[in-house]
Design a protein around this ligand. Sequence first.
Ligand code: NAP
Length: 379
Amino acid sequence: MGLDIRINLPKQGAVETYDVVIVGGGPAGLTAAIYSARGRRSTVMLERNMAGGQIALTELVENFPGFPEGISGFDLSDRMKRQAAQFGAELREITTVAAFQPEEDGCFSISTDQERIRGKAIILAPGVEAKRSGIPGEAEFVGRGVSWCATCDGALYKGRTVAVVGGGDSAVEEGMFLTRFADKVYVVHRRDELRAEKIIQERAFANDKMQFVWDSVPRRIVGGQMVEALEVQNVKTQGLTSLPVNGVFFYIGQIPNTAFLQGVVRLDPAGYILTDDLMRTSVCGVFACGDARSNPLKQIAMAVGEGSLAAVQAGRYLDELECPVPSALDRRQTWGGPDVCEPAEVVAAGDGRPAEERQPTEGGQASGGGAAAGGAPVT
Ligand code: NAP
């Protein structure tokens, strides 16, 4: 089909300069690539694994508009990938970005494990990864009964018993998926009420193979060659119970893949990238979108919206660079970014509590952004 999807194939010779370099190839990064390439900007997307991000590992996506029967996460990401490539974006997979830094001419130098390239504008969409519990046995039994991916490993548990840990959408949905193979799926949750979306809860409660272990936290994974049991502790009674399981799947939340951005762009206390409403980070010329951005909702639809906005704003930023209007010469004066958002403005737009005390799902950005702070357009 002539699509430019490359795995690890850096061009030889001089350092290439792209209009837009996108770091991360989940739905946000892929959407940014579609919009940027359609805007006729030379665009490269760098992804450390295969493009698609976490959705590529999701069995069925039911809440992305346009697919009333649902669509497999793999199919959805594959479609996005082909769409980006067909408009001319270069997609480089298995390429890890180690660092990036501004250069004197206003471009950014991006160092990957393969090469160095340059970008006039950067869109950060590095996504998130599964949080580790740190309990004894978790690291020891990786590949021998401990997993973070039911889609990848579920089929290994045909006729067996597994536990999923967590009470959010991921734990409950993936637990339901595991009932296709396992005879019994324990859902170990630290409270007596799930966090997952109500429709997902209703299905889970109606599934005979799902058994809920409320008010309980995992303490230890035990076994020999393979996992044999998960010890859990009831947080109300302190009682310990050993659940006989062959596998343990952890879905206790996510952490942003932003370690390489520490000290480069402004992050919130949990490590999520702060931007203003126009997806501008604290660094002029650098935009961010998707799950690694400090935002109130981690959904594919959200990532797609943010990716499109980031790409359009990056295009406008580049237009301005190319336009020798006096007011545009000092870009730093017109750059908004999260620094324009003072805590007082966030409080005024919210409920009176400091941004960092509000839960991400309570509406408004936990920090940065917000209507009151919405950055002025780049003019
Ligand atoms: P999440 O919503 O943050 O849920 C994490 C769960 O793990 C929570 O129930 C939490 O308990 C529990 N937990 C956290 N730390 C723990 C610990 N140390 N020990 C035991 N339990 C712990 O994470 P997620 O389910 O991975 O979802 C992440 C985001 O993706 C969410 O915004 C979610 O809506 C979204 N998502 C959406 C879909 C979908 O739309 N179909 C599917 C998957 C994910 P508490 O509830 O007590 O905090």
